[in-house]
Design a protein. Structure first.
Length: 95
């Protein structure tokens, strides 16, 4: 599902159409921006029912390509997502 599809679903699910698609789009953009900024600072971001995001340090490593060649991947930071129990339950047939 894309951002535009999410915006359309939220817009169409409203009973009274109080929020415009532009407003919904701004809310989602701000949410993503706040999430990105907090992760960059090293903060953990938790969303009940979805999961938590953390910033992790990845060490330098050597990876093997399918053609057999090796490539050196420098140390870097990455985002890590851990699904909540509620999300995992929903994915495994629960409500």
């Amino acid at each position: 599902m894309t951002t535009n599809e999410i915006i359309s679903k939220i817009y169409n699910d409203q009973l009274e159409k109080k929020l415009s698609k532009k407003t919904i789009s701004l809310v989602i953009a701000n949410f993503v921006d706040y999430l990105r900024k907090d992760l960059a600072k090293g903060n953990r971001v938790s969303i009940v029912g979805l999961g938590s995001f953390t910033k992790v340090e990845k060490p330098e490593m050597v990876k093997r390509l399918p053609n057999g060649n090796s490539v050196k991947v420098p140390a870097h930071k990455a985002a890590k997502f851990k699904a909540s129990k509620m999300l995992n339950d929903a994915l495994n047939g629960g409500e």
